[in-house]
Design a binder for this molecule. Structure first.
Ligand SMILES: Nc1ncnc2c1ncn2[C@@H]1O[C@H](COP(=O)(O)OP(=O)(O)OP(=O)(O)O)[C@@H](O)[C@H]1O
Length: 254
């Protein structure tokens, strides 16, 4: 078993997941280095989402070990993993549609501060939350929408709100499952810029189908095919790898 590099913040060794005897993920060794934007790519059915769900503890591995900052977190529950600082950006359903953008971010900040369980809150504490909420809303480019209900936002702006509510937790490691899914070109550009900005001082792992986004954003790319790692390196290295090209072409033919 290979040891992790010293700057690996999230690692997996021998990660395997079987569904009723079908090996969706097979013996994956992965190191996400601190401060990088790392992509998991691969053709349909390659096992990307399964690896993502294993790393964020939404699925239990059949075998293998997951390390966060060198500690074995394989048996840790998702909520506790999030508390450690490994936070998955939730799907749009996690945003409250009938609350305003400001209130959505405020709720996320209250959760982080543990204030949602307190009956009494001083105005001073709430004011401080408002300042922080407005700062986050500004950071994701939603200042003009602060008073709008989340339900009224166009799709790309909803994803920006979702990122703001994730950032409210101030996580050192952010995980995105297909952040660009369903977006038009303009939104893709905006969300790419946003991810690049928020990745400063953090580590980002994303599953992404859009290869030009991966080429543009990611420092390191792991290519999965049939549940196994096929190639790893920077985008230019993996995209010129013959086996990677074949894997993608094979899936297009299907
Ligand atoms: N809960 C499950 N039960 C049975 N099989 C599953 C389950 N989840 C995933 N699989 C299978 O595991 C394989 C990998 O699926 P996964 O969703 O991880 O791939 P992916 O690379 O994310 O694919 P896509 O790009 O299409 O989203 C697929 O063959 C899928 O059908």
């Amino acid at each position: 078993m290979s040891s992790s590099p010293a700057d690996a913040i999230l690692s997996a060794r021998g990660l395997t997941k079987e569904f009723l005897g079908f090996r969706a993920v097979s013996d994956v060794d992965l190191d996400v280095r601190e401060g990088t934007i790392h992509a998991l790519i691969g053709p349909n059915g390659a096992g990307k989402t399964t690896v993502f769900n294993l790393l964020t503890k939404f699925l239990t591995p059949s075998s293998g070990t997951i390390f966060f900052r060198g500690d074995d977190i394989t048996g840790v529950k998702p909520a506790d993993v999030a508390r450690l600082g490994l936070v998955r950006s939730f799907q749009i359903s996690a945003v409250f549609p009938h609350l305003t953008v400001l209130d959505n971010v405020r709720v996320a900040l209250q959760r982080k501060a543990g204030l949602d369980t307190q009956f009494w809150r001083s105005n001073r504490v709430l004011d401080r939350l408002d300042d922080e909420a407005n700062r986050l809303i500004d950071a994701v480019g939603l200042s003009a929408f602060a008073g709008h209900d989340a339900a009224e936002l166009p799709y790309g702006r909803k994803r920006a709100l979702e990122i703001a509510t994730t950032l409210a937790l101030d996580p050192p490691v952010l995980l995105f499952d297909e952040p660009m899914a369903g977006m038009g070109v303009e939104d893709i550009g905006r969300i790419s810029d946003l991810i690049r900005r928020i990745a400063k001082g953090r580590t980002v792992l994303m599953v992404e189908h859009n290869l030009s986004v991966v080429a543009d954003l990611c420092d390191r790319v792991t290519v999965l095919a049939r549940g196994e790692i096929l190639a790893e390196g920077d985008y230019d290295t993996v995209s010129s790898d013959k086996r990677v090209r074949e894997a993608y072409m094979g899936s297009e033919d299907e």
